[in-house]
Write a protein that binds this ligand. Structure first.
Ligand SMILES: Cc1cc2nc3c(=O)[nH]c(=O)nc-3n(C[C@H](O)[C@H](O)[C@H](O)COP(=O)(O)OP(=O)(O)OC[C@H]3O[C@@H](n4cnc5c(N)ncnc54)[C@H](O)[C@@H]3O)c2cc1C
Length: 383
């Protein structure tokens, strides 16, 4: 019998399992499909502090520090590069939005610069196109490679003795006298002292039978990846109205994403085919990104895919061990920010599972903050 079961083999579950494994406990991780099957490899891979909600900013800042240490801790490369994030304005209105964001974030202590003309922007990123008029620049932001990161986490978890079980869905949580005591799987019941639910969009379905509502809406993002190109762009870019974002990967491929769109399907029944971008999605993304990086016009198109975002009403995650349900820890609803937060989410969920203190204020991430009638906050995805 494991001491702790982690449900979900994305960056959140794997980072948590790695973090817990040196506490001298036996850890078992259940993954319904294969490790990194969902958002953690669909992702753009941006590691960003700029533009974050003030409640999330301390976590994002700590995560940036930890991404630099991860290769050594995990014993493998994650593709992490700290080369900055540019949020771009394509007209005067967007420039004002960016200027206000820079002021607000500087007031919170973030090193963020406002670049008011194309010359200054090109001194940082020469490949930027003529239509860009202003930008914010956060030099400490960056990006990492999703596949390398998942592989590095999985390797570290295995070496530390975590049992990683793929194609092993958690069917339901087992509860006795109000306490979570394990998980039912297709091959039987597995008991544990604590269960950590970190299965993205599908977390809500496991919590609902316990009377715990985790309100999340599935939003779809389309992604395009080019063939490898000569290194030309080091930062991650986003735009003021969040209708596209992108970066050049370490192997030279560009990965660009749309903003978010509605997805009416059942999150439990997603398939690659159902998420696949349409011609119109792809054409729209090309029309928005080529003016930003004109070199993309000549790049070969290698892959397109769609991904889902687990959007909560306030676009902040749930990181909580609800009092109402001893034995249960939740890490879900990352609302498009969970890749960059990965190292810190893992540490916080570890602390919650072990009943240890964390240096972070976690009240904004409690599950009980949700009022069912709460208004939906707008989601922005900037890489
Ligand atoms: C296109 C796109 C771009 C993004 N860009 C960024 C970005 O630039 N920066 C950033 O920080 N974030 C970004 N995000 C968000 C980020 O990728 C996610 O927030 C993060 O990967 C969430 O990780 P996770 O481990 O919580 O969830 P997931 O990666 O979704 O992992 C959940 C896992 O749980 C498994 N699972 C589900 N149900 C069960 C079950 N019942 N039993 C067992 N296993 C189960 C799933 O198969 C899956 O592998 C982006 C997301 C998308 C889709």
């Amino acid at each position: 019998m494991p001491d702790i079961i982690v449900i979900g083999g994305g960056i959140t579950g794997l980072a948590t399992a790695c973090s817990l494994a040196d506490a001298g406990l036996s850890i078992s991780l259940l993954e319904a499909r294969q490790l990194g099957a969902m958002a953690s490899t669909w992702t753009l891979g941006g590691v960003r502090q700029s533009g974050r909600d003030p409640a999330e900013l301390p976590l994002a800042r700590a995560a940036v520090a930890q991404w630099a240490e991860w290769p050594q801790i995990l014993g493998a490369e994650t593709g992490y590069r700290r080369r900055g994030n540019l949020r771009l304005a394509r007209n005067a209105g967007e420039a004002e939005t960016i200027r206000a964001m820079v002021q607000a974030q500087r007031a919170l202590g973030l090193e963020l610069e406002f670049l008011g003309n194309l010359k200054d922007i090109r001194s940082i990123a020469p490949a930027i196109g003529d239509g860009v008029v202003a930008a914010s620049y956060c030099p400490d932001d960056g990006h990492a490679d999703p596949d390398l990161t998942i592989a590095a986490l999985a390797g570290c978890a295995r070496r530390r003795g975590v049992i990683l079980q793929e194609r092993m869905p958690a069917l339901r949580l087992l509860v006795q006298a109000g306490r979570v005591i394990g998980v039912e799987t297709p091959v039987g019941r597995v008991h544990a002292d604590r269960v950590i639910v970190a299965c993205g969009l599908q977390s809500a379905a496991l919590l609902e039978p316990l009377g715990l509502g985790l309100p999340m809406v599935a939003k779809r993002v389309c992604v395009m990846q080019t063939t490898p190109q000569t290194p030309a762009f080091e930062q991650v870019f986003g735009v003021a109205n969040a209708d596209c974002a992108g970066r050049q990967e370490i192997d030279g491929r560009f990965r660009v994403t749309t903003g978010i769109g509605d997805w009416p399907g059942d999150p439990a029944r997603w398939s690659e085919a159902a998420l696949r971008p349409s011609f119109a999605d792809t054409a729209g993304l090309i029309a928005r990104t080529v003016p930003i990086l004109p070199l993309l016009a000549a790049a070969g198109l290698e892959r397109v895919w769609g991904g889902l975002i687990d959007l909560t009403p306030d676009a902040l995650p749930v990181l909580d061990a609800p009092d109402a349900c001893p034995g249960l820890v939740i890490g879900a609803g990352f609302s498009g920010h969970g890749f960059g937060l990965g190292p810190v989410s893992g540490q916080i969920l570890r602390a919650l599972a072990l009943g240890e203190a964390t240096p972070f204020a976690l009240a904004p991430f409690r599950l009980d903050r949700f009022d069912p009638a709460a208004a939906q906050a707008p989601l922005t995805l900037h890489g």
